[in-house]
Design a protein around this ligand. Structure first.
Ligand SMILES: [Fe+2]
Ligand SMILES: [Fe+2]
Length: 281
């Protein structure tokens, strides 16, 4: 198969649905210290299905509120601006991440489950090591594999070649993607994040989630995303065909200094994801 050109990839990226305008408005409002929970609610409730998903996520075990949160403004007051921002984005991208990815042999819902687990794990690690802005790191975890949604179209046709290469040349699935298609899913994901005008450090974390040593803007965010992805795979969640064909970076483990805590982190994350509302879409 002919390698893809950057233009072809960008064209496919153009086909990705734009983020609903509600999401960019919520992003802007949560940046503005003068906005109120009521302002945010007014925007979110314009989209009924988004509102339902936002409330469902706000009530998931992770936030652990003893009583039911029933309105968006209540969720904003109780969980904070940063959290309502990541919940809104998460609710909006769930529609894209839920898709079946034939190129990776992932069923409908599998990438979403993998992404949501990685996001929860990333936020958990961020909190643990007191990194700045755990909610932004949650979003990086959520979107890290979004490039697979596009790559799946192309890989489907050269699937046998990719698998053959992984097995015979003892290379990773990522290297095979690059070798055969000219791009890997991390780079493509970075282009999608750029198209969505997401912050630069988020674009970096997505583009380099398999090569955290290349991060420069926000090393914490990229390393945490990488380790959270590895932990998610170790837990066997949303493996797909490329599942274990990645290695965990010693650089990231050292940088975060969490070598000794890996088992504990895994056990703690298991408790949170036991609640199926975290996976609602
Ligand atoms: Fe990945
Ligand atoms: Fe992943």
């Amino acid at each position: 198969m002919k390698k893809l050109t950057l233009d072809q990839v960008i064209n496919r990226v153009e086909d990705m649905p734009a983020l609903p305008s509600v999401v960019s408005e919520v992003m802007a409002l949560t940046e503005d210290p003068d906005s109120t929970p009521h302002d945010i609610e007014k925007v979110v409730i314009r989209d009924q299905s988004l509102t339902t998903r936002v409330l469902r996520l706000a009530n998931s075990a992770y936030y652990g509120f003893p009583r039911r949160i029933s309105t968006v403004s209540e969720a904003t007051i109780l969980l904070g601006f940063q959290a309502i921002r990541s919940i809104t984005l998460s609710a909006a991208v769930s529609k894209v991440l839920i898709r079946e990815l034939p190129g990776y042999k992932m069923d409908k819902g599998e990438l979403w489950q993998h992404s949501q687990t990685c996001a929860i794990t990333a936020r958990h690690i961020a909190r643990r090591i007191k990194a700045k802005n755990p909610e932004q790191i949650y979003v990086a975890g959520l979107l890290h594999d979004i490039g697979k949604v596009i790559m799946s179209y192309y890989i489907k046709d050269s699937y046998a070649t990719v698998i053959d290469m992984v097995l015979s040349e003892n290379i990773t699935f990522l290297q095979a993607e690059e070798e055969i298609l000219g791009f890997n899913h991390a780079q493509v994901g970075g282009h999608i994040a750029e198209k969505w005008n997401l912050p630069h450090d988020l674009v970096e974390a997505i583009s380099h989630h398999h090569a955290p040593e290349e991060a420069e803007l926000n090393i914490y965010m990229t390393c945490i995303t990488h380790v959270a992805d590895a932990i998610t795979m170790m837990m066997g969640i949303g493996l797909g065909v490329d599942g274990m064909a990645y290695s965990i970076s010693d650089y990231a483990i050292d940088f975060l200094d969490i070598y000794m805590d890996m088992d504990t982190i895994m056990a703690e994350v298991f408790d949170v994801i036991a609640d199926e509302d975290s996976f609602f879409y």
